[in-house]
Design a protein around this ligand. Structure first.
Ligand SMILES: [Zn+2]
Length: 267
């Protein structure tokens, strides 16, 4: 059969390059013209290993931390600071996937490194967003973060020969009223702003009970209930999530945060 596009054949003949080579040539040229910048400070990425420059990587200094919030153990790998706040804003307000993936990788690693006996089933419960925030953003920030975390977690478990671990995302928490922007409030005001603001959605009771969340016993025999949120600075949001779940009779096993204020960390 004759080539219906003789011009494209002659182009190939001139350059004599496979298609993939042409593409990598183009992307190489693009990175020369537009060198990739650090996701946090927009500085030169030179010497940085991933999406951050060396300075931001050092400032962020990712490693395992833990503490207790309202009787529930929490784990994180990032402490809250300027560099991380930039990544959180990008993911939250600009729907930036690279920033979200960075935070999700960190969330997944915090859970897998927690040392807790997790068993074969995990239920991730993302912190709820207000209806107003979801309307303005067009997406639910913590839900997308939890989805991305689940995919990273599945990769980690596969690499550890634990591919059978079942990871579900359930959203039984709802925000019942309009909330003020937490970032504009002091710790006492944050507590008052959030107090009683979350409600357990009874539509999820049968699902959680059916999965055996309330049956007690070792974690190997029931799903591990994990609260997930991006930032914990005063603990007000996470405290409210724990209160709402407990009020409905479900005790969270742990909380996983993308980043936590250093003063809340015990190790
Ligand atoms: Zn940087």
């Amino acid at each position: 059969m004759e080539n219906p596009h003789p011009s494209s054949r002659s182009m190939r003949t001139i350059f004599n390059l496979p298609h993939s080579w042409g593409m990598s040539l183009l992307s190489g040229l693009a990175s020369l013209l537009f060198p990739p910048l650090c996701l946090s400070c927009s500085g030169d990425l030179a010497n940085g290993k991933g999406v951050l420059c060396l300075r931001c990587e050092r400032a962020i200094n990712e490693r395992n931390h833990q503490g207790i919030i309202n009787g529930v153990p929490f784990y994180t790998r990032l402490t809250y600071g300027l560099e991380i706040s930039q990544l959180v804003l990008l993911a939250k307000e600009e729907n930036n996937r690279t920033a979200r993936n960075y935070l999700a990788c960190s969330l997944a690693r915090a859970l897998s490194d927690s040392g807790e006996e997790i068993g074969a089933r995990i239920i991730l419960v993302p912190a709820p967003s207000t209806r107003a925030a979801t309307r303005v953003r067009g997406f639910e920030h913590c839900l997308l973060l939890a989805r991305s975390m689940r995919s990273e977690l599945a990769d980690i478990f596969r690499s550890e020969w634990r591919a059978g671990v079942d990871i579900a995302i359930v959203q039984p928490l709802k925000v019942t009223r309009a909330l003020q922007d937490q970032s504009l409030l002091n710790p006492a005001q944050r507590m008052a702003n959030l107090q009683g603001a979350y409600r357990f959605n009874e539509n999820f009771r049968a699902l959680l009970e059916g999965a055996g969340v309330r049956h007690g016993g070792g974690a190997a025999r029931r799903p591990y209930l994990v609260l997930v949120d991006d930032v914990m600075t005063s603990g007000a949001t996470m405290g409210e999530g724990i209160r709402a779940l407990r009020g409905a009779g479900f005790e969270p096993d742990m909380a996983i945060l993308a980043c936590v204020s250093p003063r809340l960390i015990s190790q």
